[in-house]
Ligand binder design. Structure first.
Ligand code: CKP
Ligand code: MG
Length: 312
């Protein structure tokens, strides 16, 4: 397996109209979870990826398994439990860029993941471990599992890619600050958005945020700047990679995960830091043109076409 990732994937119920949730009568069912977005993105670009988690023994759990497996992601380490349901969340979208989410994930099946359920061999066999800051916020046990996974990656020489993905509905600020900085310091690549970088470091410029993350122990930092592309630094190579123009913004959710998938795909192909960042920008820009987190993830052909200067 080239990449292993783990975390909670839920059923997303997305309204059929852009009005406040209380006026919505119809919903569309999707699969959404930062880590499966990345794994599916990688699989669509021709890479091998595995995802582990815990799902409820219920129709939504089965639906998630079918979709994730259907995209070619390995789910052999996914567990199923009778003790809790699969998490669900609703999206409220009043305009293309005005989105709120409402989670129904407290004490969900995924929050019951345990550190002793980690298959170290499975993880250690991967070239890259992708971790997000959502998982350690789910429960104390999930936090232990996250650190256990990081430890295993270090032991086996698996590179760690970390997307802080701060979800304020799941954390208090002090805890988020402490835990996410601790993870960032262990990571080979940290991929915060600018607001996340500011929160983690207290710095206001992308270059300062990156420097601070490197000083704390990260191997490289990539600060995502939305339409402005991304700033990257590993202390030796640094600079800005501009974003790709987005003609029709439909759904910004999942853009960060698209970026991570493109970036990791670049790393797996042996690209240098700026080229991998450019690939991340390309995938991010494609994802936001389609509704749903997974539905816009491109094939390798689509990304290469855009990177070669293709449009439309
Ligand atoms: O940062 P992004 O918009 O790329 O992430 C979106 C995902 O995992 C979404 O799929 C949702 O399920 C989540 O983040 C979450 O738990 O908020
Ligand atoms: Mg994100």
């Amino acid at each position: 397996m080239e990449v292993v990732t783990f975390g909670e994937t839920m059923v997303l119920l997305a309204p059929d109209r852009m009005v406040p949730l209380e006026y919505v009568n119809g919903f569309h069912k999707h699969v959404a979870g930062a880590e499966t977005n990345v794994a599916i993105g990688l699989a669509r670009m021709g890479h091998t990826a595995g995802w582990f988690s815990k799902l409820g023994n219920d129709p939504f759990g089965r639906y998630i398994r079918q979709v994730v497996r259907g995209h070619g992601v390995d789910i052999s380490e996914v567990r199923v439990t009778d003790e809790a349901p699969t998490g669900v969340f609703f999206k409220e979208q009043i305009s293309p860029d005005k989105i709120q989410v409402y989670y129904y994930r407290k004490q969900s099946a995924a929050s019951l993941m345990q550190e002793d359920e980690l298959n170290e061999e499975y993880l250690g066999g991967a070239r890259i471990l992708h971790v997000t800051g959502i998982t350690p916020a789910l429960s104390p046990e999930c936090r232990k599992l996250t650190f256990r996974a990081l430890e295993a990656a270090k032991k086996h020489g698996t590179a760690i890619v970390f997307d802080p993905n701060i979800r304020w509905k799941l954390w208090n600020r002090e805890e988020a600050y402490r835990v996410l900085n601790e993870i960032a310091a262990l990571a080979d690549y940290v991929l915060p958005g600018m607001d996340e970088g500011q929160f983690l470091t207290g710095c206001n410029e992308p270059a300062e945020v990156a420097d601070r993350l490197l000083t704390s122990g990260a191997g490289a930092a990539v600060i995502k700047l939305g339409a402005g592309g991304a700033y990257y630094s590993n202390g030796r190579v640094y600079g800005n990679e501009p974003g790709f123009p987005v003609k029709n913004l439909i759904d910004p959710m999942g853009a960060g995960d698209g970026f991570a998938a493109g970036f990791i795909s670049g790393l797996l192909q042996g690209q240098d830091l700026p080229s991998a960042v450019r690939r991340g920008n390309a995938v991010g820009s494609i994802v936001v043109g389609v509704s749903g987190d997974v539905e816009g993830l491109p094939t390798r052909q689509d990304v290469d076409f855009l990177l070669a200067g293709g449009t439309g």
